[in-house]
Design a protein around this ligand. Structure first.
Ligand code: 5GP
Ligand code: MN
Length: 333
């Protein structure tokens, strides 16, 4: 009989499954400003946990599920933090690796609770009880698919949709440098589960709300290029959202218009976040490490896509960042 070739899963994946099997009141969460990977992974993990016999599964995120992902099965069960009733014996964080990144109260993780992390971001100081953390995965959704496989839990149509959303958004529809043969192999399993690629892609990748379109016009109008054309940056002000009739989530993805400009090696998008804080996103070509820049300012992410929230108003945030780029990286923004 022909034996099925199977890549061995890391021990950490088994440890996550054991932690889930031992959980009775489980909280599943992810990072602030959730993206497709965060939402898709959390929803799929909730199904996995139930299949493994967890009695009580609560999904909660600091910020609402973006409208483009609202059609995913059970996304309506992701609760806002105000409705949370602890304590939870197990807290599972997906697509992030610290409670601070979730925006939820640190007190949710008590002395007695087990903190479990499933994530593909680079981590400097691991601080969890059980972790399946591996930056070689393009999306946390890939790791969740591996957990289903390891647990022998079949991928339902709904779970496959969640995971396809997770993986296709984090890989830019399988185009970014993080995409691997494994990404495609996992995607093939999702297709086998009966998902409709065209339907999902048109809903989460192609479709642009009118508000987002107007916001894009503002952003393109404000875009600035460095003298040598290697840095492109733009800012979105608080008032732009109401002017454009856009939602906060509509900012997601707009930075790609700067990154894709010919000659640009580093794209920076500033997003005013009130009077004293500015969110900054970075996208870069392989020569520049976005995550290093973000980490210098207390943020994180991946080598070619990272972000940070700077504790200064927009103008100050801009000058602090540009100063750093000039002094440390010898760049001329
Ligand atoms: P974006 O620019 O789309 O918000 O984020 C790009 C990548 O950087 C994502 O992987 C995201 O999780 C990460 N990232 C963005 N902002 C922060 C932050 O403030 N802290 C950390 N640790 N990661 C961030
Ligand atoms: Mn991710």
């Amino acid at each position: 009989m022909k034996s099925k070739t199977k890549t061995a899963l890391p021990r950490e994946a088994g440890a996550v499954l054991d932690a889930l099997r031992g959980a009775s009141r489980l909280l599943i969460t992810s990072h602030v400003n959730p993206d497709g990977d965060a939402v898709g992974s959390v929803l799929a993990l909730a199904t996995l946990a139930r299949s493994l016999g967890v009695q009580s599964v609560t999904c909660c995120m600091q910020d609402p599920v973006p409208r483009v992902y609202e059609w995913l099965a059970e996304s309506g069960y992701i609760e806002p933090p105000g409705r949370l009733h602890g304590p939870f014996d197990t807290v599972l964080i997906a697509d992030a690796n610290s409670i601070s990144r979730t925006g939820l109260a640190a007190s949710l993780v008590t002395q007695e609770s087990c903190l479990v992390v499933v994530d593909h971001h680079i981590v400097e100081q691991p601080d969890w009880h059980v972790g399946f953390v591996d930056p070689s995965y393009a999306a946390t959704g890939e790791m969740v698919a591996e957990l289903f496989e390891a647990a022998g839990v079949p991928l339902t149509h709904e779970v496959a949709e969640c995971l396809y959303v997770a993986i296709s958004t984090d890989t830019g529809s399988f185009r970014y440098a993080n995409t691997t043969a494994r990404s495609h192999r996992i995607a093939a399993r999702l297709v086998d589960a009966g998902i409709n690629i065209r339907d999902i892609t048109s809903k989460v990748i192609d479709l642009m709300s009118l508000g987002k379109f107007q916001l894009l016009r503002i952003l393109l109008d404000r875009a600035e290029l460095s003298k040598d054309g290697s840095i492109a940056h733009a800012a979105i002000l608080d008032k732009d959202l109401s002017t454009a009739g856009a939602l906060s989530e509509d900012v997601d993805g707009l930075i790609n218009y700067l990154r894709n400009l010919e000659g640009v090696q580093l794209a920076i998008l500033f997003r005013e976040a009130g009077a004293t804080s500015t969110k900054v996103s970075f996208r870069s070509q392989p020569e520049i490490n976005s995550s290093e820049i973000a980490r210098h300012f207390g943020g994180g992410g991946h080598a070619m896509a990272a972000g940070a929230t700077l504790p200064w108003p927009l103008d100050e945030a801009k000058s602090m960042l540009f100063h750093y780029l000039r002094q440390t990286l010898r760049m001329q923004p």
